[in-house]
Design a binder for this molecule. Structure first.
Ligand SMILES: [Zn+2]
Length: 294
């Protein structure tokens, strides 16, 4: 039997609040939305970490897959670091792409941002592991999806399962998509700018994500019986603490949306048993009891 397909999508620079407020029925059909922490504040750092299994998670959630410390969706295992048994996939190799290839998957990648450009040394690092890879550049989601569709059709004819990675650039500054009713050259989020254009950043990134959602409908639908990970690789600052864009460590650049599906199962937070009281609440209760003694 052919293993289930795996789909890994990074919405470049997509903020959590953008995802939460956008009309994205196809993305939201994947699984409940989680507020997660990304492993870095810029594209190369984040993808380098994610490609060895350190995908965004919820610190302290203590639940497999949502808290990668507790159990990673994509876990690289080896003699020095065996899995815990809580992983989605136990993989072997230099990175998760190679890991899926070793499991017999056809690995297909299509990326938007310059860090993935195979003409550069950093781009080769991120793109070389894939069996098939396309780099059409940013704001070309249509072309990325056409490439993926053709690869999937070929793999289906051969009966080969697919691991597919998409790095989507429409949500990256200047926040633009094919047919957007604003000038592609007008970037409302320039580092060190002194003018407050946060409202345009918010409106435009949300519109970009809604376009992405419409474009992804078919691809997501075909993977609902398989595994899907969709997340931001980092966020952007829109003037918080005087900071614009990303590439600096800040709560807004490291807080990202996360939706996840493991072999057909939507991953939501477990219901806490009534007897389990969060540590903070226990501490408050203890403080009250101690105060009552004096
Ligand atoms: Zn990025």
């Amino acid at each position: 039997m052919t293993p289930e397909p795996v789909l890994f999508i990074t919405l470049d620079s997509c903020r959590f609040d953008t995802f939460a407020s956008a009309h994205t029925p196809n993305l939201k059909a994947v699984a409940p939305l989680h507020k997660a922490q990304s492993p870095s504040c810029f594209t190369y750092g984040s993808h380098s970490a994610m490609f060895v299994g350190f995908t965004p998670g919820i610190p302290g959630a203590a639940e497999p897959l949502l808290d990668p410390k507790f159990g990673k969706l994509f876990k690289l295992t080896g003699p020095a670091f065996p899995g815990k048994g809580t992983e989605g996939y136990a993989l072997q190799g230099a990175n998760i792409v190679e890991g899926f290839a070793r499991l017999g998957y056809r690995t297909v990648g299509a990326a938007a941002m310059g860090w993935f450009d195979p003409e550069t040394a950093t781009g080769r690092h991120l793109s070389a592991p894939f069996d098939r890879f396309a780099f059409p550049g940013p704001y070309n989601l249509r072309e990325q999806l056409a490439f993926v569709e053709a690869e999937h059709a070929a793999a289906a004819r051969e009966g080969v399962p697919t691991f597919t990675f998409l790095n989507i650039g429409e949500t990256h500054v200047p926040y633009w998509f094919e047919g957007a009713p604003w000038d592609q050259n007008d970037n409302p989020c320039i580092p060190f700018q002194s003018v407050d254009r946060s409202a345009e950043c918010r409106t435009r990134q949300r519109a970009c994500l809604e376009y992405v959602d419409r474009m992804l409908a078919g691809l997501l639908h075909r993977h609902l019986g398989g595994t899907i990970l969709v997340c931001g690789d980092h966020g952007d600052c829109w003037g918080e603490d005087g900071i614009w864009e990303h590439g600096v460590m800040h709560e807004m650049t490291t807080t990202v949306p996360l939706v996840m599906r493991d072999k057909g199962r939507a991953i939501g937070r477990a219901q806490r048993p009534a007897s389990v009281v969060p540590f903070g609440a226990r501490l408050s209760s203890l403080r009250r009891e101690v105060a009552a003694l004096f």
